[in-house]
Write a protein that binds this ligand. Structure first.
Ligand code: NGO
Length: 595
């Protein structure tokens, strides 16, 4: 028996619910054909304030229109994004046009009339019987409001094929804004290279949880992943392999711009990282002159760390750094440039100081603000207070970071034993590392970014970021398995007020995401800590009759396989490319969830 949830029913009365502390009741009563399948209590990250009105619902129908703020191309962009999102599962036309009003039968996205409390990234959302209105001061806020609206629709809204509906939104209102302006995810494309398509899809998945920064780890010992025109061998040679010895790859500058543009369309900023002076074997292997002894080392495909260093006392090192920072900065509209600085075990302390002192001004010269891993806090003389330090320690006491925070540097919180998405969930997890311990969902959620590191209080916290290192990860499906459900946990720590942090309430909200991921074909870890919801309007996928997809097999057109709870058919021949992605060899057609 499948029963749509109708959310918290409040006897028809308009009841204000502040999502602080205990959260809302999680389970709803029995199925009703036109009842909302989701509720305000299910939204991740938890909104600051939600006020359900159980007396009304709004239905998206074939006549629904999307209206956007007249004169705002950015609001129109959010409108067309919403249209794209909803057309796929509903099959409705959902035209987008400007309107300063809030016509009946519409979803209005307006940059007027929002409560100033929403700030630059927050929004207000109101659902009545005949319309949905989202108001914000900036398009980023409208985009965040659209993500909430998306979670208020039934889970089948995530389906890639047309579903019957009904597409009901619960009545009520939301006032919402983030705790931290910076909510990041990091992706290591150096240890294993991921094609543009995979990065775009991950961006889409992150945006659903109001992540607004993507930190791309573009260079490391095993691979250089971005074309640098003044040093072409970095990509063509330095990017020619990866961990385990595969062919690797790199983004052309055009492809990097394509990633940035896609992220921008999801109100997400790309932070590029050129990791130095350590983690540079791929560069040292590409150009002999960058080495102190003038000899290029071989490319590396193992996962050792801490053995490589740029040559601190050669002038060409700084010409090289200047060229790379200049080219990448010119391609990157965002304000921040990540210069790494971690695990420079092959660089002496004196050399590290010399290097950082020379390199931070290069970043500034090209108009960017530097972010470095927390080891940069030890640099003497002190780095400028504008430098952001990314905390990845597993210990809460780090005197150098505390001292930098006391001087005024901001700290981006990514403690490895909490926020690292590449740590295994438990000893049996097939993917991931375990040097920082196992991280179950509750561990990823139960920490406070503003009290975790000694001497780094709320006002010193720049934001929260979930790193995903790829030593063991090869495919989109691998990425998804490690990120879901922990990424939404970190996203909630970054967005929701500290007072809303409550594991028992969060695990219920998280449970409501499972059917959404199943509908979207997202591979996720079905943690036993989470009460996964199955009662949605979307049929739960059962077992597929087809054989499971096998990466190493060659499939010819017509072959059907099962993968990620869905069925896929090879359109022509394909090998290695994951069902759901468009790869260099072939294309898969989605035949829908397994019945
Ligand atoms: C460390 C190391 C990375 C590894 C990662 C694996 C940092 C900042 N440096 O984190 O090179 O890939 O752990 O978890």
């Amino acid at each position: 028996m499948r029963s749509p949830r109708i959310g918290a029913r409040l006897g028809g009365a308009l009841a204000a619910v502040v999502l602080a502390g205990a959260g809302l009741a999680a389970s709803g009563p029995t199925a009703r054909a036109h009842a909302p399948a989701s509720s305000f209590a299910d939204v991740v990250p938890a909104p600051v304030k939600a006020t359900p009105n159980a007396a009304v619902t709004f239905a998206v129908t074939s006549g629904t229109k999307i209206y956007t703020q007249p004169g705002s191309a950015e609001a129109a962009g959010v409108g067309s994004y919403l249209g794209e999102l909803l057309r796929r599962p509903t099959g409705f036309p959902l035209p987008v046009s400007p309107s300063a009003g809030t016509p009946a039968g519409g979803i209005s996205l307006l940059l007027t009339g929002a409560d100033p409390a929403v700030g630059e990234q927050g929004y207000q959302l109101e659902t009545t019987a005949d319309k949905v209105v989202i108001r914000a001061t900036k398009a980023a806020g409208l985009f965040a409001g659209v993500q909430t609206l998306r979670q208020l629709l039934p889970a089948a809204v995530e389906s890639t094929t047309v579903k019957p509906g009904p597409w009901t939104v619960p009545g009520g209102s939301v006032l919402d804004h983030p705790r931290f302006g910076y909510r990041g995810a990091h992706l290591d494309v150096a240890r294993h290279f991921f094609p543009v398509q995979t990065v775009k899809r991950y961006i889409d998945e992150l945006a659903a949880y109001k992540i607004n920064n993507l930190h791309l780890h573009l260079t490391d010992d095993q691979g250089w992943r971005i074309e640098i025109k003044s040093w072409p061998k970095l990509a063509t040679y330095g990017g020619s392999t990866q961990v385990g010895g595969g062919p690797g790859g790199y983004y052309t500058q055009e492809q990097y711009k394509e990633i940035i543009a896609h992220a921008a369309s999801r109100h997400m900023t790309v932070i590029p990282e050129f990791d130095m002076p350590g983690h540079t074997n791929s560069a040292l292997a590409s150009y002999a002159e960058l080495n102190c002894n003038g000899v290029a080392p071989p490319l590396r495909t193992d996962i050792e760390v801490g053995y490589s260093s740029l040559c601190i006392n050669k002038d060409i090192t700084y010409k090289f750094v200047d060229d790379v920072v200049r080219e990448i900065s010119a391609l990157t509209p965002g304000k921040y440039f990540h210069l790494g600085g971690d695990e420079a075990h092959a660089t002496s302390e004196a050399d590290y100081n010399t290097f950082m002192t020379k390199v931070v001004p290069i970043v500034t010269k090209y108009g960017k603000t530097a972010i470095g891993w927390h080891e940069a806090a030890k640099t003497k003389p002190d780095l400028p207070t504008s430098t952001v330090l990314q905390f990845w320690d597993t210990k809460s006491s780090n005197p150098a970071v505390a001292a930098a925070a006391a001087r005024g540097n901001k700290v981006l919180m990514s403690p490895a034993n909490k926020a690292y998405l590449d740590m295994k969930y438990n000893a049996n997890t097939p993917l991931g590392l375990s040097w920082a311990g196992y991280i179950e969902v509750q561990d990823a959620y139960n920490w406070n970014p503003a009290t975790y590191a000694q001497g780094v209080g709320e006002s010193s916290v720049f934001g929260v970021e979930a790193p995903l290192w790829s030593e063991t990860l090869k495919t989109l499906s691998d990425i998804e398995f490690m990120a879901f459900p922990r990424l939404p946990a970190i996203a909630e720590l970054g967005w929701s007020p500290a007072s809303a942090q409550n594991w028992d309430a969060f695990k219920q909200r998280l449970g409501a995401q499972g059917p959404r991921w199943a509908a979207a074909g997202i591979n996720y870890y079905k943690s036993p800590q989470v009460p996964w919801r199955t009662g949605t309007t979307d049929p739960e996928p059962g077992a597929c009759d087809n054989p499971a997809w096998d990466r190493v097999k060659v499939y010819t057109g017509g072959t059907a396989v099962s993968h990620g709870d869905r069925e896929w058919r090879a359109k022509w021949w394909t090998q290695g490319d994951e069902p759901g992605t468009t790869g260099q060899w072939g294309v898969w057609q989605d035949l829908g969830a397994c019945k």
